[in-house]
Design a protein around this ligand. Structure first.
Ligand SMILES: C[S@@+](CC[C@H](N)C(=O)[O-])C[C@H]1O[C@@H](n2cnc3c(N)ncnc32)[C@H](O)[C@@H]1O
Length: 379
């Protein structure tokens, strides 16, 4: 169980000892940042003490040197959702820089955290932020995809959760570090992998998918109206290995009037490829259903989504947990045997005007919450 355990390495099961980085920071020897620092790769995130929870500094190497922050979105509303949470284990399935988790652990001194992220840089940052907040002793961090959350919980001996959060998509530092290859703003190799150990990258998709596969991916993941033209242009321009080259090819495939509307012309293509690389939509329904099953009675799951494809899935999974997919007429007793009312669904919420002014990322955020009201049973 987590509560008595010291910080559990997110990176591997090797015994943990402390090591120090060139800047003097002491970190776990299992941390990816430690290994990068000792293998000559110093591109880790660095904690700036005294900043907001989740605020980290990242030196972006040759393209630029700047301080970046991932400001946790709708932080006040999220902490409010869990304000009366029972003691036990809180799951953060998308830990990122641990901004939300730090606030939740600080408000609940007897709650432990199971934190999951598939990005080793995010875990490094979270490790430091949680340590600086004095929370390391009640935290277990795992590098994994969130569809493994139920399996990881079972391995940790966790049979029920007191609360859970999915803050979907990408963190600001993932976008803002040029060499991660997520953004058309910087010239970099096409990558976009959150988990940098996986084989599928943006380069593989751009250079190997056929016309049908590219077209349907662009429609499915980003509602791209010019999907077919873009797919044809990509295939004609191969090989394409850099973000800026891809951005130019996509921009020139889009008719001039459409290019002048609705933001950067390559925005949707980059979104669609990122979603494909990281299987973002594919694994979401199963992961949400598993976590809903693990909620203790009275516990809540909060999900922050950032585009319509994600939100449709979140809404549909929550609705089906509420209704059991029962389509019997509402004025008659249910005759289909559906398991109904496992959860109560709250009305969705968006970020406040004040937050929109401060954090542009919050403009597309939608918060949906379900609360478990009974243990699932076969009617
Ligand atoms: C929006 S950020 C979370 C920010 C976090 N709430 C905070 O306060 O700093 C999303 C994080 O989820 C991670 N992520 C996205 N999809 C994931 C998945 N399928 N499995 C595990 N981690 C995922 C990303 O690597 C990223 O670090």
């Amino acid at each position: 169980m987590i509560p008595d355990a010291p910080y559990v390495s997110s990176i591997s099961q090797r015994p943990t000892v402390s090591g120090s980085l060139p800047d003097g920071t002491v970190v776990s020897s299992n941390s990816a940042r430690y290994h990068r620092a000792h293998s000559g790769d110093t591109s880790g995130w660095q904690l700036l003490s005294g900043r907001l929870p989740g605020t980290v500094r990242h030196d972006t190497g040759s393209t630029m040197n700047a301080v970046f922050a991932h400001l946790p979105v709708m932080l006040e509303q999220i902490t409010d959702v869990f304000s009366d949470m029972n003691d036990g284990v809180f799951l953060d399935a998308t830990l990122g820089g641990a901004g939300h988790s730090t606030a939740i652990l600080t408000a609940h001194p007897h709650v432990s955290l199971l934190g999951i992220d598939q990005d080793d840089m995010a875990l490094d940052s979270a490790e430091q932020v949680l340590a600086a907040a004095g929370c390391s002793g009640r935290v277990a961090l795992r590098r994994a995809r969130f569809d493994a959350a139920a399996l990881i919980a079972a391995k940790e001996g966790i049979s029920a959760l007191s609360g859970a959060l999915f803050d979907l998509g990408v963190s600001s530092p993932q976008f803002d570090v040029a060499e991660r290859g997520f953004s058309y703003r910087f010239d970099a190799p096409l990558d976009m992998r959150m988990d940098r150990t996986q084989a599928l990258s943006a380069d593989v998709i751009v250079n190997t998918y056929d016309e049908d596969a590219l077209t349907s991916m662009l429609r499915r993941n980003a509602d791209e109206r010019h999907a077919y033209r873009i797919a044809k242009a990509i295939i004609a321009a191969r090989p394409i290995h850099s973000t800026v080259r891809l951005s130019d090819v996509v921009s020139s495939a889009i008719p001039a009037p459409a290019r002048r509307r609705g933001g950067h012309p390559a925005k949707r293509t980059f979104q669609a490829i990122r979603i494909e690389v990281n299987a973002e939509l594919e694994i979401l329904p199963g992961a949400l259903r598993n976590v809903i099953s693990l909620l203790a009675p009275g516990a809540r799951l909060a999900v922050l989504s950032y585009h319509s494809g994600e939100d449709r899935i979140v809404k549909s999974v929550m609705r089906s947990a509420e209704t059991g997919d029962c389509d019997c007429p509402p004025n008659l007793p249910c005759g289909c045997g559906a398991v109904r009312s496992v959860v109560r669904v709250r009305a969705p919420r968006d970020a406040s005007r004040a937050e929109l002014a401060q954090n542009p990322r919050s403009s597309s955020a939608r918060l949906r919450v379900v609360e478990k009201i009974q243990i699932e049973s076969q009617n």
